[in-house]
Design a protein around this ligand. Structure first.
Ligand code: FE2
Length: 339
């Protein structure tokens, strides 16, 4: 279980932006007396500057400010990948419906009406800070997994950059195939963590230059199941788990771990494996030079003929590569993937 009930008092750093000094001071006083750390600034530009330097857990924005309005600041916070998870409360005039609609469009998490009611302010602040704490815990857990996956990748100089390319290109292929937003996010994550189960494979086997014994192969073949088990506790990875488990299945049922066949293999896993194989072929490995684009596609076409890869997805992938819309063609040889 990831989350234990947390009975610690809710704390955090709150950024207040309001051009009216008395309003600002009132909020600051209300919050500091409750033990929160407060940073108060007089305008939106200063708020954005603070967000870049001070780790912030919550933002309180007055809507009516000169230069940048609260809506504009909120929109910028929510458009920035570094800050979009920070909750924002907009302070609007009492019962101004239009302001609230505009605030929702700007991505605000909650609203407060002026004059600000102390009890309501503290209730909303505490509730959003609790949510932020959970998001932070989740982010930390994801970041541990990504670090673990990258450290496994880092063991082999030939796979340098493989995860990032796999993430980027399989998401692009997924987009081309019309997959859902959830599936695209899952493909990006799976690009990094799909081989995390190799943590259970000793380096002597993982990096062995010669051919593997039957027992060594058996151990390698466990990595999709081990990887799935490692990532399973993360609820946000529920669309990633099937990709991890099934990224070595083959279209004719000859793959592992479950010998799934055809459409029974999740479409995301079928997409990722095509990019994985392509990346392995077009980059240098200890035992071979990088294939040219044409040779790699030709080899994969033969493998489609053998029944290994999904012919439709391969077809779409080939189009994508040949159309040049993806920069698959320009990268230098530096990486690979296991077959
Ligand atoms: Fe793998």
């Amino acid at each position: 279980m990831l989350y234990k009930p947390n009975h610690q008092p809710i704390t955090g750093t709150i950024l207040i932006a309001d051009d009216q000094a008395p309003n600002r001071e009132l909020l600051e006083e209300l919050l500091t007396t409750q033990g929160f750390k407060v940073v108060a600034v007089p305008d939106g530009a200063a708020a954005l500057r603070e967000l870049n330097t001070v780790p912030t857990d919550l933002v309180l924005l007055d809507v009516m400010m000169p230069h940048l309005t609260g809506f504009e600041v909120c929109e910028k916070i929510k458009a920035n990948p570094d800050t979009y998870l920070i909750p924002v409360i907009l302070i609007t005039a009492l019962s101004d419906r239009q302001d609230r609609i505009e605030g929702i469009r700007a991505g605000a998490d909650d609203f407060l009406s002026r004059p600000v009611d102390r009890t309501e302010l503290l209730a909303r602040v505490r509730s959003l800070l609790k949510l932020k704490q959970r998001t932070d815990e989740l982010e930390r857990a994801e970041s541990v997994l990504f670090t673990l996956a990258r450290s496994i990748e880092g063991k082999d100089p030939y796979t340098h950059g493989h995860c990032e390319r796999l993430s980027e290109y399989s998401a692009r292929l997924g987009e081309h195939l019309g997959l859902s937003e959830d599936q695209l996010i899952a493909l990006r994550r799976a690009g990094v963590v799909h081989d995390v189960g190799k943590i259970a494979v000793p380096d002597a086997i993982l990096l062995k230059p010669g051919s593997l014994t039957a027992d060594e192969w058996k151990l390698i073949k466990e990595h999709p199941v081990v990887g799935e088990r490692i990532c399973a506790p993360l609820k946000s990875f529920r669309f990633v788990l099937p990709i991890i488990r099934h990224h070595h299945e083959k279209f004719d049922g000859s793959g592992y771990p479950d010998g799934l066949r055809g459409d029974a293999i999740p479409v995301t896993a079928r997409a990722l494996q095509i990019v994985d194989v392509y990346d392995a072929l077009t980059t240098d490995r200890p035992y071979k030079r990088a294939f040219s684009i044409t040779d790699a596609l030709q080899t994969m076409k033969q493998e489609v003929g053998k029944g290994w890869w999904d012919p439709h997805i391969f077809d779409q992938f080939e189009r994508l590569v040949r159309s040049g819309t993806a920069d698959f063609l320009s990268r230098s040889a530096a990486a690979g993937a296991e077959r």
